[in-house]
Design a protein around this ligand. Structure first.
Ligand code: MSP
Length: 483
């Protein structure tokens, strides 16, 4: 089966933060899991580089927009590599190929575009328009960005979003386009119940120059959201390339809760206008708070994902954010909690099971290992959880196996069997431990690729390969980390 998986593409007006890193990790689990099942996978990530927000930030740093985009886009790619994200494509919306394809797409949906004089409230931080009601409720200040909404009166191109309202309701209600979790599905359905209005999809070049020009109209550039969404198909070479024919529709699209409207309403409508199938699944994750506060520039509480990987490891990062941030809700990060999780779940539970078993196999069996089962199959229950993007629960299930294994060791006491010379029973117990660990390593492949590999190598073929280093050497909480 051909499987296409995407994350959203982050803005390049700043360096990557925890939210971006978590989202990259989530799509990577889906990609690795699908490959393990035998699918041919394209995992696409990238960066969103146009728009007023980026031009504004670049100006404040005395850079040109493309200089800022280059600098930060590289950081996102470095983050992906650091986190062992097995991406196949990294698209930048300033890629010439994307820009050309966007202009062609624009021309091909001309029937759904019209020009009109428009008055509205705009927040440059969101790169989005807001209704009179929302602006009033917020006393004219955008709560996300702490800046006043700007009154915009201009002539723009509009996209006939309202025309697709009913069709979108149908595909979501019938789960042909599955929005998970259910709470987010309900949220978008009630938005659709209220009715969608047509949306502005261009801005005057005189106001925002950093964007893809509207074809045949020199005075306008394409609205950044409109073209950014198109990355999901331009990356496959829509409309002519074979990859598009083979891999679209996407099996999974993963985005955060703040951009659900763009992905569950506007995006399907654009696809309908193009007469192209809609994605199979949209998974909407929650937000990470830091020390129970919203991450924000003004609070200065943003945590650098590279710092976490440096102190612990990429796999620790992956484990923490997948298991201890609820997959269907918001969650909290603190240095205290990751340090605790590292020492307990990883060190005491997983690390210990591996270490004890390896040492006993070395001492009691001269490192001899039983044959490897060649036809390991992924656990059905855990498969279901991964396919529902319940990464937290899937890891909980794997950890149950680890806990059971530790309990088994405590109960069987192989050290006593050795003392009393019960060799057959001893081999049986240790072989069972080894096979459990091999299976746990297999289940961990999508989640913790490096750790999984190390465990598989330790209990590889015939002879144990005992590493001098423990998997998770104990870590103390740094002073700086708590501040
Ligand atoms: N550029 C747009 C996406 C365009 S997709 C065609 C964008 N960029 S972003 O950088 O603001 O956000 C990128 C992703 O990070 C989004 O899915 C967003 O929800 C997610 N997160 C941003 N802050 C977050 C947290 N605090 N926690 C978890 N994820 C968060 O939106």
């Amino acid at each position: 089966m051909k499987t296409f998986i995407t994350s959203s593409i982050p803005y390049v007006n700043g360096p990557p933060h925890l939210g971006h890193a978590m989202e990259f990790t989530m799509v990577d689990v889906l990609a690795r899991y699908s490959r393990l099942k035998g699918d041919e996978v394209i995992l696409s990530i990238g960066t969103d580089e146009h728009g007023g927000k980026i031009a504004e930030k670049a100006e404040s740093m005395n850079l040109t927009p493309i200089e800022l985009a280059n600098k930060n886009s590289q950081e996102f790619e470095r983050l992906a590599k650091t986190l062992e994200i097995s991406y196949d494509r990294f698209i930048r919306t300033t890629d010439k190929d994307h820009e050309d394809r966007v202009q062609k797409i624009w021309l091909s949906i001309k029937d759904d575009l019209y020009k009109k004089q428009y008055q509205g409230w705009y927040c440059p931080g969101d790169e989005a328009f807001f209704s009179e009601a929302v602006v009033k409720r917020n006393n004219n200040i955008c709560p996300e960005h702490n800046r006043p909404y700007e009154k915009v009166i201009e002539e723009n191109y509009f996209f006939k979003l309202s025309k697709y309202n009913k069709q979108i309701q149908e595909i979501i209600t019938s789960n042909q386009f599955l929005v998970i979790p259910e709470t987010k599905r309900n949220e978008i359905l009630s938005l659709l119940d209220e009715g969608l209005e047509d949306i502005s999809v261009s801005r005057p070049k005189s106001k925002i120059y950093w964007g893809i020009p509207v074809p045949d109209d020199d005075s306008q550039v394409i609205y950044v959201w409109f073209e950014a969404l198109l990355n999901y198909i331009t990356v496959l070479g829509f409309p002519d390339k074979q990859d598009f024919k083979d891999y679209w529709p996407a099996s999974y699209q993963v985005v955060g809760k703040d951009i659900i409207r763009f992905h569950a309403a506007i995006w399907p409508a654009i696809l309908m206008s193009l007469k192209v199938a809609t994605p199979k699944k949209l998974y909407v994750h929650g937000f990470i708070n830091v020390d129970n506060l919203k991450m924000s520039k003004s609070l200065g509480n943003s945590v650098d994902p590279f710092g976490i990987v440096d102190k612990y490891s990429a796999d620790t990062f992956r484990y923490y954010f997948l298991r201890h941030i609820p997959s269907y809700d918001d969650g909290n990060f603190s240095w205290e909690s990751i340090n605790e999780v590292y020492n307990s779940d990883l060190g005491n539970e997983l690390g210990n099971a591996v270490q004890r078993t390896a040492v006993m196999v070395q001492n009691y069996l001269n490192g001899e290992l039983p044959d490897i089962d060649p036809k390991l199959k992924y656990d059905q229950e855990i498969s279901g959880l991964i396919e529902d993007c319940r990464f937290d629960k899937a890891l909980e299930q794997i950890w149950l196996r680890i806990k059971n294994l530790n309990q088994f060791i405590e109960e069987q006491k192989p050290w006593q069997l050795f003392k009393t010379g019960e060799q057959d029973k001893l081999s049986e117990v240790l072989n069972s431990q080894i096979n459990s660990l091999r299976y746990i390593a297999y289940l961990l492949k999508p989640f913790m690729p490096e750790v999984s590999d190390k465990i598989s190598k330790t209990f590889g073929d015939k002879l144990l390969s005992l590493s001098k280093q423990t998997l998770f050497p104990r870590e103390e909480l740094d002073q700086h980390a708590t501040s």
